[in-house]
Design a protein around this ligand. Structure first.
Ligand SMILES: Nc1ncnc2c1ncn2[C@@H]1O[C@H](COP(=O)(O)OP(=O)(O)OP(=O)(O)O)[C@@H](O)[C@H]1O
Length: 475
């Protein structure tokens, strides 16, 4: 019997159904319609671009296995997206996108000159001993310069990033340190520079790594006694991008090893790109010699985007998602989500999802509801620095006093309150809270939290402090 799109898809579905939860199957697979089968390519129609992205993100492997079983190794999946009811009464239209269209930045081969007999060079990403080390750049090709919109708030950082991408290691921006608040595009820009360099100079070895992962790898190398291999590995890199460098704060061993790697790369004309959520002067607990190196090149700030840039970012995101939205809603979003581009994008995604799942138009009242949720839910994301500022302002003392070693009762209480609220309102560990609030250890923070709970149950005045601060930190 001749195979049809429908019969092939039905076989795929019965395999998929056996491998995921009934709820997921119902939500994500039942609405799909198989539309065409040509050679090894099956076209399926999905209800929205959001739907397509969800499938690609969560079920691409399963789809691949199911399809390969049916159509063999060369099987291809093509999505046809039916844009319906996203806005207004427009005719539905379709858009075709191949599965996993995003090209990956391919692994890079590095020939290692082996000086001794042991051919082992440990790649902390892949473990087996290897002569020809393949280094996955860890870059995300979706973060490019093309979709990093320019505005006054990011012009300097973006242009410096471009200059570095054009001539890695060959400008005075080495290191290039990009800093700025949460969700303002540091990671995006860092990847964009790496992606651009790989495009222009495919032979260069580029590596993106978060400072957190770098630290974990280093700790692992100490445990396994492979510290030299670890250093050697990083010294092979032509362009090293380290994200969230402030996370090295308080980690003396990791800072030390990074210092050696940095010096080696810098001396050899290799490019280093760093990001941080603070300006270099404000990064605490980083050794002076390292801090001074961070300042060798250029520190460029990403500021909060102005209104025009927010509008362009929204429009660009909508354009890329193939969705239209009335101008007044775009303006409403831009006027109400100002400080964090990730939140702005999140609100747009929620709006699209709501309207496409509920088959309703995107209206201003829906936008208001979503923005309200966003603003409410994200208000609690405060930093430990901010908490210390609010608490010290409340007690009219300087942050340095709050952090000092003094045992004066009112200062101790202020410090304990700062610790208590840091535990309550942030995801930071006790140890990290302690190190940021006057270099105390985790036991001190634990004790502070208990004391605040006890005192608020027994001391009226103290209870009032807690209530006042709660209001200030949540407003
Ligand atoms: N100029 C821009 N144009 C378009 N999109 C942007 C721009 N800046 C940021 N974004 C988007 O905003 C989101 C948040 O950016 P990113 O993750 O790079 O922020 P971050 O500063 O690294 O945040 P965090 O401090 O939480 O690590 C991303 O989806 C990114 O693509």
């Amino acid at each position: 019997m001749a195979r049809t799109a429908k019969s092939v898809w039905e076989n795929c579905l019965s395999f998929i159904e056996d491998n995921i939860s009934p709820q997921a199957y119902k939500t994500w697979f039942e609405p799909i319609i198989a539309v065409k089968l040509a050679d090894n390519s099956l076209s399926i129609q999905v209800p929205s671009k959001f739907f397509y992205e969800w499938l690609e993100e969560h079920y691409v492997k399963l789809l691949k296995v199911a399809l390969t079983k049916e159509l063999g190794e060369k099987a291809k999946l093509i999505y046809s997206i039916k844009m319906e009811n996203t806005y207004g009464n427009k005719q539905p239209y379709t858009e075709k996108i191949p599965s996993s269209q995003r090209s990956n930045v391919s692994a890079q081969e590095v020939n290692v000159q082996l000086k001794n007999k042991s051919p082992e060079l440990k790649n902390p990403f892949v473990f087996p001993g290897i002569r020809n080390v393949k280094i996955d750049s860890q870059l995300n090709p979706n973060y490019s310069f093309d979709n990093f919109l320019e505005g006054d708030s990011n012009r300097l950082a973006r242009s410096a990033g471009m200059a570095v991408a054009n001539k890695p290691g060959g400008t005075s921006f080495n290191p290039l340190l990009v800093f700025g608040g949460v969700g303002l595009g540091k990671t995006h820009l860092a990847h964009a520079i790496g992606v651009e360099i790989k495009d222009k100079y495919p032979e260069k070895t580029v590596l993106y790594i978060s400072a957190e992962k770098f630290t974990q790898q280093f700790i692992e190398s100490v445990k396994k006694n492979t510290r030299n291999d670890f250093i050697h590995f990083y010294q092979l890199i032509d362009v090293l991008i380290v994200d969230d460098i402030q996370l090295l704060s308080g980690k003396a061993g990791t800072q030390d090893v990074f210092f050696h790697i940095f010096n080696h790369l810098h001396q050899n004309g290799k490019q280093v790109i760093l990001t941080s959520d603070k300006a270099p002067v404000d990064i605490q607990d980083i050794e002076q010699r390292l801090l001074s190196r961070f300042k060798w090149g250029l520190s460029a700030e990403l500021q909060q985007p102005d209104y025009e840039t927010r509008i362009s970012i929204i429009k660009n995101k909508l354009y890329r998602d193939g969705v239209e939205m009335p101008e007044d809603i775009i303006e409403y979003l831009a006027n109400n989500i100002k400080t964090n581009i990730r939140e702005l994008e999140g609100a747009i995604i929620s709006l699209i999802a709501h309207s496409s799942f509920n088959k309703k138009d995107i209206t201003l009242s829906l936008a208001k509801k979503i923005v309200e949720n966003y603003v409410k839910n994200t208000k609690r994301e405060v930093s430990i620095d901010y908490i210390q500022k609010v608490v010290s302002d409340y007690f009219q003392m300087d942050i340095e006093v709050l952090q000092s070693k003094t045992r004066k009762r009112h200062i101790v209480q202020a410090r304990q309150l700062a610790m208590y609220f840091s535990k309550k309102l942030t995801k930071a560990s006790l140890a990290s809270i302690g190190s940021q609030i006057g270099k105390r250890d985790h036991a001190t923070v634990l004790h502070a939290c208990k004391t605040v709970n006890n005192l608020s149950a027994t001391d009226k005045q103290f209870k009032k402090y807690v209530e006042d601060l709660n209001k200030k930190l949540n407003s």
